[in-house]
Design a protein around this ligand. Structure first.
Ligand SMILES: [Zn+2]
Length: 192
């Protein structure tokens, strides 16, 4: 069973491969992997729907806007000297987030202030984004709703109205024909 420490290990391994890569193409591939790991971590924490409103993950939201976009439009190699990442990389020069037409059309671009990471080193911003989500508490999965009885009226002996009872079509519990319904304790439906 994968848990958040496994996901973090996989993410950090992708970060290392990015840092050690000797071509920007390989670095781009790892950016794709890192986006996948970040998304799996969000699912693991139970934040698929809530991440958009979660105040403690501004960086993760910005990075996620790049998901499902054309890989080659996400990032661009910047020449050495233009930007220095905090993380050591094998190649001089660094991948930076880049603004594309596709990105500018995305309504989240404004809302999440994605512009704040444009031109910043991918490796550093990504590490920050991942740690934000990693720090979130895991939300409990919603318990499945217990099934409720689905009653139908039947006659135990056809043609004898006094033998009418209610029966649950899910768990087959039947009322007692000898007692009024108000005098009977109806059990929990056993069908779930
Ligand atoms: Zn039932």
């Amino acid at each position: 069973m994968t848990d958040d420490t496994d996901l973090r290990r996989a993410f950090l391994a992708a970060c290392s491969r990015l840092a050690e890569a000797t071509s920007f193409d390989v670095q781009c591939d790892e950016v794709g992997n890192m986006l996948g790991h970040l998304n799996r971590l969000i699912q693991f924490k139970g934040y698929e729907k809530r991440i958009a409103k979660e105040p403690s993950t501004p960086m993760a939201r910005r990075v996620l806007v790049f998901r499902h976009k054309n890989e080659h439009d996400l990032v661009t190699p910047a020449a050495a000297g233009d930007a220095f990442p905090d993380t050591f990389t094998e190649l001089s020069g660094v991948l930076e987030w880049v603004e594309s037409d596709e990105l500018l059309k995305d309504s989240r671009y404004e809302r999440y202030k994605v512009v704040d990471i444009i031109g910043r080193p991918v490796i550093d911003t990504f590490a920050e984004a991942f740690e934000e989500v990693y720090a979130l508490p895991k939300l409990p999965r919603a318990e499945p709703k217990p099934k409720t009885h689905l009653f139908r009226l039947i006659e135990l002996e056809a043609g004898y109205p006094e033998t009418r009872v209610i029966e649950c079509v899910r768990c087959s519990w039947k009322s007692d024909p000898m007692l009024g319904l108000e005098d009977q304790a109806v059990p929990v439906c056993r069908s779930s």
